[in-house]
Each structure stands twice: as C-alpha cells, then as structure tokens.
Design a protein around this ligand. Sequence first.
Ligand code: PLP
Length: 379
Amino acid sequence: MKTATTYVHAGAQPDPSTGAIMTPIFQTSTYVQEAPGKNKGFEYARSQNPTRQALETALAALEHGQYGLAFSSGVAATDAVIKLLVPGDEVIAPNDMYGGTYRLFSKIFAPFGIRFTYVDTSDINNIAKAITPQTRLIWIETPTNPLMSITDIAATAQIAKESGALLCVDNTFASPYLQNPLTLGADIVMHSSTKYLGGHSDVIQGCLVMNDTTLRDKLYFIQKSCGAVPGPMDCFLVLRGIKTLHLRMQRHCENGEKIAHYLRNHPGISKVFWCGFSDHPNYEVARRQMNGFGGMMSFELKDNRPENVTRVLSSTHLFSLAESLGGVESLINHPATMTHASIPREERIKNGLTDSLIRISVGIEDADDLIEDLNTAIG
Ligand SMILES: *Cc1c(COP(=O)(O)O)cnc(C)c1O
C-alpha cells in the first residue's frame, strides 16, 4: 500500500457492533468477563483499550514496524525506553536535543545510576569513540531540536549493532512521513505524538514503534506496569490526525522551504538553521535519509541584543509565541527561556544554543502571509 492510503486506512476497522466507520472512543476502565479468566482479550483499560489498540496498529504501519505502543506523552515514551536499563548501564545521547529529554536523563535517571554520555552525534566518530562495554543504548534525535543538526541513522545503527547496544531514534521533528528510522536499522523509534502526528495542538501523547517481539514484550510490560497510558479520547484525536499527516507534511515542507530562504536572504538575520540548505553540514545525509526537510527551523538576528530578540518574539501575529510545534498553525519560540530552559545555561551555550536563538514551527497557512508576518516583526 502507498503512503497516502496507509495514512487514511491504517488501524481503521468499521466497528463490528454498529458499523461505525470511525474507531469509537472506548471510554471505559474495565470489561465485563463471562467467567473468571474468560474475556474478549480486554481485561482492564491500563492494559488494553480498543481505541488505543487501533492507534498502535496505525503507528506501527506509519513507521514500517511490527508493533506500536502509545504513551501518555512523548517523555513517558522516552521514560519507558530508559526503564529497559539497570544501574551501571550506559547511554550515549546527543548534546543538542529536546530539553525535556535532557532533564529526564540527567535529573531523574542519572541519580538512579544510569550513566549518560552526551556527544555531538552529527559526527558518528564521536558516537563510536564514546562506546564502552557498558553501553546499552544509543539515543539520537535527528533533526535535533532546536539546532536542526542531522545524525546518520544507518551509520549509527551499524555502530549500535557492532557494540550490542540498542538504537532509539526520536523522530518527532521529521515525522514518519519524512523519515523512517526502523528501515535504516534502528531498533526503536520514538515520537512525541503531541507534534506532527496529532498535528492540531490539542493533545499530549507519545509513542514507540519497534520490530523485535522480545523488545515489544518488555516495553509493553513497562507500559502496563508503570501506567503512563493515553486515554481513549486522546488516542482518537491522534488517529484522526494521522489521516491527514501526508497532506500536512507536504505543506509544512513547501512553506518551510520558502520561509527558510526568505530568512536567509533577510539583511537583519545572521544565521538560519534548516537542514534543507545545500551547505548544511550534513545535507547529504539529510537528503539520503529524509523525504523532505520539514517546517522546523531556527535563526539568529543580527541585532541579537535581548531587547531586540524579545521585541521580535512579541510582535508576530500569525506566529503565536508558544512552546510546542508541528501543529497546523505557525508558532514562534525562544528556546533559552521556553523549551530548553531545563538545560543549564553554560551547557546550552557550549553546544551552540545561544540566548538569542529563535525557533519557528512553520504551519500550513499561506506562505505569503507568514512571510509578511515575519517581515513586519523583524523590521
Ligand atoms: C516535545 C518533544 C518531546 C517530548 O514530548 P511530549 O509529548 O511533550 O512529552 C520529545 N522530543 C522532541 C524532539 C520534542 O519536540
């Protein structure tokens, strides 16, 4: 089946009792059993829910994997992956990634004895050098939030395989439409479904997709034992979002390209971070492993005094000043005080995330209107 057909039909079965074409929202906590141990495959909604099951089937199809698991948020999905590990195990992770992932790793799991080594994963030699006999997991995010750096997934998968470590890819920025890490050799793909999968800024959710049955069983055990499951209404919303993911991503890419070039040619802007520029350091890798470059980018103003950065951030009208990304509407964000405030300032600056960096999530509005909005704000 081709992508567009998969996105519309994945996981969707007419409801057997009514014929309802849309998967019903099974708002129930438990299921009546005929006799002890005799049930229809559903016992208690933390363990199984039909709406969630439909979504998990769809998520697996989108990422060309065997199994999907939905979680109550992206960080809950990440949390489940790290719970595969035990004290003393080591994780290699990027030094430029979503702030909440860094916070989870360094503030919650490091005190439990999981060790994290942060490297610039855009150069895979840095990953190879950081491998030790205790390395159990390589975690990458590509493109990264917010500096849009790119890591070679296939090459990292090779290193992971040789060292007996798992590779998990946070694929949130690309979405399954632009990149499928499992087909490049990754063991697990993670999404914040809150972003492009949901696509309408109305739900918090996360997911994992994998191929290996043993790995699926372990992660399912963690999902039901730790209980960070999404409610059925939220599963319904993400299922609905998925049906238009391909259409939305096409427009995000078109608008993203126009706006990236507009920003780059603007005399008031000193640098634009977007992985679709042919002089992006890993452009060839991005071209190889992605089907497009998306609508996420960040930039620096030439006049990067705090008062000017604040002025620009506060004067757009179509771009709303807010955390998050991947919705139909455009957003503008200040990583240093918003999405990445949980990373210590010196760490941030060392990795190139300055106090003046501005990140935008380009929506699916008309590109001319978006450019006019930025033009007025930047001045
Ligand atoms: C938002 C985000 C997360 C966390 O997901 P939540 O749904 O907010 O818990 C993880 N990784 C990336 C790249 C994100 O943008």
